[in-house]
Write a protein that binds this ligand. Structure first.
Ligand SMILES: [Zn+2]
Ligand SMILES: [Zn+2]
Length: 227
């Protein structure tokens, strides 16, 4: 589990699995409400999600035969595992028919089940040698194969794309790290707390982590662990 107690899986998965209870699911109809607005991210952060969404559990498996990634969701971790296992059974008994959908890199999805994998040649070509490749792309949208990656244009402010924790005032960061430490401690996890930002605020301690995505989650964290 990404956070909290260990979970004994019900099925005999012969591969790496992970689960957690931090995924957020919007109930039916809310997708349009949130993403139909002019400022979807603000809507999400400020409230609709707060009142009408609920926390859900997820279970992810990485089978080797066939090599793929599967994810199940549910109100409980048991439900999530059940869904994931059903997907796995379906995959194992399917004559896959692969399609690219909107991807151009060669990665494809089965029309009948949840199986997905690299199945075709990329549609994009290396701008140096013309070989089909999706190896790497620069900020102008030009592709480079592995052999020609050294010609890829560098971005001057690459740092800005990797982390933007500089947006968080130092005082706020200190407070949040303190709260995170208290939360980890209350779960019996001790050690140095590290912070990083990538899509959401993430806190790490002794191999465990949790993230804070919405304003109201941040407020909750401070309310509960700020002392
Ligand atoms: Zn299939
Ligand atoms: Zn090339």
């Amino acid at each position: 589990m990404s956070f909290g107690k260990d979970y004994d899986s019900k099925y005999d998965w012969d591969c790496f699995c992970q689960g957690g209870t931090s995924g957020i699911v919007l109930p039916k109809g809310n997708f349009e409400k949130v993403f139909g607005s002019d400022e979807p991210l603000k809507e999400l952060a400020d409230g609709i999600a707060d009142k009408e969404s609920y926390t859900t559990a997820f279970f992810e498996a990485f089978p080797n035969k066939p090599k793929c990634f599967l994810r199940g969701e549910g109100k409980t971790i048991e439900e999530a595992e059940e869904q994931c296992w059903e997907k796995y059974q379906k995959i194992s008994n399917c004559d896959h028919e692969m399609e690219r959908r909107d991807r151009t890199d060669g990665y494809a999805y089965c029309k009948h089940c949840s199986y997905s994998s690299m199945a075709f040649e990329p549609l994009t070509k290396c701008c140096k040698c013309g070989e089909p490749t999706a190896y790497t792309k620069d900020h102008k949208g030009n592709y480079y194969c592995e052999k020609h990656k050294r010609f890829k244009a560098k971005i001057k402010n690459a740092k800005l794309f990797l982390r933007d924790d500089f947006r968080l005032p130092r005082k706020r960061k200190k407070l949040l790290k303190k709260c995170a430490k208290n939360r980890f401690n209350s779960d019996g996890i001790y050690g140095k707390v590290k912070y990083s930002y990538f899509h959401s605020k993430k806190f790490f301690c002794n191999g465990r982590q949790f993230s804070v995505l919405f304003n109201n989650q941040e407020k909750e964290l401070i309310k509960k662990y700020g002392k």
